[in-house]
Design a protein around this ligand. Sequence first.
Ligand code: 5AD
Ligand code: SF4
Length: 456
Amino acid sequence: MTIIAAKRVFVKSYGCQMNVYDAERMADILEGEGYAATDVIEDADLVVLNTCHIREKAAEKVYSELGRIREMKQDRTGRGLETRVVVAGCVAQAEGAEILRRAPAVDLVVGPQNYQNLPSLLRQALKKPVVETEFPAEDKFVSLPAPTPKTIRSRGVSAFVTVQEGCDKFCTFCVVPYTRGAEFSRSVAEIITEVERLALSGVREVTLLGQNVNAFHGLDEAGEPVSLSELLNRVSKVPGIARLRYTTSHPLDMDETLSLAHRDNPALMPYLHLPVQSGSDQILEAMNRRHTVTDFRAAVALVKQYRPDTAFSSDFIIGFPGETDEDFAGTMRLVEEIGFSSAYTFKYSPRPGTPAADMADQVPESVKDSRLQAIQALVTKQQRAFQESMVGKTLDVLVERIGRKPGQVAGKSPHLLAVAFEGSADSIGHIVQVDIVESVTNSLIGQLSDRPRAVA
Ligand code: 5AD
Ligand code: SF4
């Protein structure tokens, strides 16, 4: 009897959580084609890079990785081993054939709306390299195979589910409307089926993903559009699902009904990522954000009205074209005023094809650097203070995995803070009460306060 060794695939994801989700779905498709996942790139018969185009640095990382992969491919060829290389994700969508020119080791370039066709594209690419970046009319999610129970379990008790993709808002700095295409919401039935399958294999927390997730308007069984708050209600009824989160939201779509869900849906965690980008109305206008600083404040206040302990996080772009010292001071004041539990700060990166890239008054790199340092110092201070405010409290922690130190397990608090404590692996998948005793860099340390209690 001859034993045929399983083919191995190495999938690496860059950028946002939606890419993590897409990478998992690609692994699911490839599992059906006989590929087992590996973490060791040198062992891989197939390498998939799921790329990010949001900032220049993210895109350039892909090309340097492809340089290393080319050498690895040559080395493997010398040992009689075949290696096929796929570039997927947003760089694939934005750069297309340019990738083949710059990185000849690549066999297939496939955009985020086409990866459901990976098996046939890989077959086509046996003859010559293939580029597939069309926006197909059909719903790619319908043809994606479901992960097996074993695969779901290997990915842990907290899962991402894309419910909405693409963006029609066209902020002037952003590539997303070009790389991910027009806004599209999945149907409620499709989402519920996916969540039910995850829950049956031990998933306890689901984060609903979308570039503009709070603009969700997927259709229900009767063909009626359903809002995100209604979707959250339906998902929280799936047996086994104890916690819900959603990201990323736009301040304009933060309406009363969704804010009410923060009061009325006990599974919805008191944490909201709400990017504002700038604390200056002039800059927000130049960014085409279609909201003011006051609108953002109102969105925060609305959610807090119904769920006062909500922690907020946000994204900020520093050094957008035309940003003056005064504009930046407005951003700093807004951060001071709101008090974020965490925030992501990025230097403005001109992206080819977006309106802001051609704007006059680009801010010099040195100015961007010093403003970035200032805002990062403030954000770090707030993040630390928020974490420290948890010391002495007892928090519900969803245990996700074995901890870094022996005998420890680790999980997340309702406010998405990492918590480590001494406990047994049996508690993974349960929500337990933990007394917080210490705050260290990027996590809280605690001790079990209660016997583990099972989640419904
Ligand atoms: N330059 C810098 N940051 C950007 N982002 C999006 N486009 C750019 C850009 N051109 C940031 C925004 C967005 C986050 C995902 O990335 O803050 O919310
Ligand atoms: Fe990009 Fe603006 Fe759409 Fe967010 S809302 S994905 S920043 S264009």
